[in-house]
Design a protein. Structure first.
Length: 252
């Protein structure tokens, strides 16, 4: 299953949505601005976490994945209600399975996609302010920023909702609408960088088989005669590993 399929949600929404969100994905800007991108010490492309949080807020209706009480995956569409001081906020009503799952596992995986196949995903621990006064303040703030919520939860009904936020985690930005694709990772709140994908090891004999096989054209032969994967354009499909006659392509 490729990233486009992974990022598809189950559709129906959980009722914490907004009636103004359906068109929001069309309005997210045209791509990651160069100012949001940089290279880390390993040469990998990184993207500003704040840009990605705002991207998810602009998409608004995004898929939130959790784990249910049987240990099975569960997913639904939930609104990103606000982004503030490096935190991504969402709400859930106390009667929903989503609320129970978040309270039990305190962890979510989030993904949002625009109609032109730009995607941000984020996974990390969830914080839940326990103070009732703080909960009311946050719910009121959410309703200020998302006026259509008052139609779903008029009057004091809003206080059946509770606010949660994510301020630590790992994520990635993808632009799958261009060729070759662009990908850049980010860290929210200072967690260590997780690296995935493939690298070419010392066993490379420079035959070029992987260069021809790569669907994104993102393998180059260096002056040392060895292949190198340009990580920011890599699909992580693994074809290079399958075709390499020397077994030189390794997961990292
Ligand atoms: S995993 Fe290998 S074959 Fe697939 S896109 Fe990346 S470099 Fe190319
Ligand atoms: S197929 Fe394997 S040995 Fe050949 S260039 Fe690619 S990594 Fe090197």
């Amino acid at each position: 299953m490729d990233e486009r399929s992974e990022s598809m949600d189950e559709g129906a929404g959980n009722g914490e949505g907004c009636t103004e969100g359906a068109c929001c994905a069309q309005g997210v800007g045209e791509g990651a601005p160069p100012t949001a991108l940089r290279r880390d010490e390993a040469g990998d492309l990184r993207i500003d976490a704040g840009f990605c949080l705002q991207f998810l807020r602009d998409v608004r209706d995004v898929a939130f994945a959790t784990v249910d009480e049987d240990g099975l995956p569960a997913v639904r569409v939930v609104d990103v209600m606000m982004v503030d001081e490096g935190r991504l906020y969402f709400v859930a009503s106390r009667g929903k399975a989503f609320y129970d799952q978040v309270m039990r596992t305190r962890f979510v995986a989030i993904v949002g996609q625009t109609s032109d196949f730009r995607t941000c995903r984020l996974r990390g621990p969830v914080e839940h302010p326990d103070d009732p006064a703080e909960q009311r303040r946050l719910v009121d703030r959410v309703f200020e920023l998302n006026p259509s919520m008052a139609e779903l939860y008029p009057g004091d009904a809003r206080y059946v909702l509770e606010a949660f936020f994510v301020e630590h985690g790992q994520g990635e930005y993808f632009d799958l609408g261009r060729y070759p694709l662009l990908r850049a990772s980010f860290t929210l709140g200072g967690e260590p960088v997780e690296r995935d994908g493939f690298v070419v090891g010392a066993g490379c004999i420079g035959c070029g088989t992987c260069v021809d096989a790569c669907p994104q054209g993102c393998i180059v032969l260096g002056e040392d005669g060895r292949a190198r994967i340009v990580q920011e354009h890599c699909l992580r499909c693994g074809r290079c590993r399958e075709v390499c006659p020397a077994g030189a392509v390794e997961a990292r």
